[in-house]
Design a protein around this ligand. Structure first.
Ligand code: PLP
Length: 268
């Protein structure tokens, strides 16, 4: 879950008397175990950031069915091109449109999607009352991005698959994480923090940055960037080792991307 969502639940939610339980939703039984009599909402993110773990939306939706519990899915990594949670039983889908929807790293936004009239009306009310609305120009950029979403996602997948196959053959790679769709690939190298930093500093096409989902390829180093605030011991317990990198594979020529990783690896 992104830090922003975690912080929102903890800081804002708890102020209003809400309490939260955080579990690994890749095992539906963990969700079942966390449900309480007064549970109102289950929020899942799939695939997750940065280990790209996948949860079974349909199985989780069955657990909450008939219980007046809303199921919300953060579908940012998959996009509707690969995964449509409403069809799998979710009540609400959220996206960071900053990522694949916009697709060009030039606009920040988010959206909430539902097929329930009452919820749409309620969301519209809060949107108007609280003012969390994008500007007309931001809407225009996002809509322009969406027009090529399908084409881009196909190419993201093709490139990500090629990068995954290359990485799997590298002796210096311990583990590759790729869910089989989408443009995000994570890889764990047998490298110290120093060597990992040297490698990602040697990339010429992959730019070191925290975002994802744009036409340009990006590399993120969770241990020193997105998840740097988590103590090393705790971080490693959940698989975020010093040698782990996360790639947002862009739309460049796949041979160029592979050659870039190859030359960076040769420098270590
Ligand atoms: C980036 C991201 C968010 C937050 O979106 P912003 O546009 O940065 O506010 C939420 N969920 C996921 C999965 C993300 O990758």
């Amino acid at each position: 879950m992104p830090r922003s969502a975690f912080g929102f639940f903890k800081k804002w939610g708890e102020k209003f008397g809400l309490s939260f339980t955080f579990v690994d939703t890749t095992h539906p039984k963990n969700v079942l175990g966390a449900l309480e009599k007064n549970t109102k909402l289950v929020w899942i993110e799939t695939p997750t950031n940065p280990l790209l773990k996948v949860s079974d939306i349909k199985a989780i939706s069955r657990l909450v069915q008939g219980k007046e519990i809303l199921l919300v899915v953060d579908n940012t990594f998959a996009t509707p091109y690969f995964q449509q949670p409403l069809k799998l039983g979710a009540d609400l889908v959220v996206h960071s449109t900053t990522k694949y929807f916009g697709g060009h790293s030039d606009v920040i936004g988010g959206c909430a999607i539902t097929n329930q009239k009452k919820m749409k009306e309620e969301l519209n009310f809060y949107r108007k009352a609280l003012g969390g609305n994008p500007s007309p120009f931001d809407c225009w950029l996002t809509q322009r991005g969406v027009k090529t979403l399908g084409l881009r996602m196909e190419r993201h997948r093709e490139n990500a698959k090629a990068v995954t196959q290359f990485l799997k053959k590298q002796p210096k790679v311990k583990k590759v994480y790729y869910p089989g769709f989408g443009g995000m690939v994570s890889a764990e190298f047998n490298f110290s923090l120093e060597k990992t930093k040297k490698m990602i500093g040697s990339f010429q096409i992959f730019t070191l940055a925290e975002s994802l989902g744009g036409v340009e390829s990006l590399v993120n180093h969770p241990a020193s960037m997105t998840h740097g605030a988590i103590p090393k011991e705790e971080r490693e317990k959940i698989g975020l080792t010093d040698g782990l990198i996360r790639l947002s594979v862009g739309l460049e020529d796949k041979d160029d991307l592979i050659a870039d990783i190859d030359q960076a690896l040769r420098k270590i």
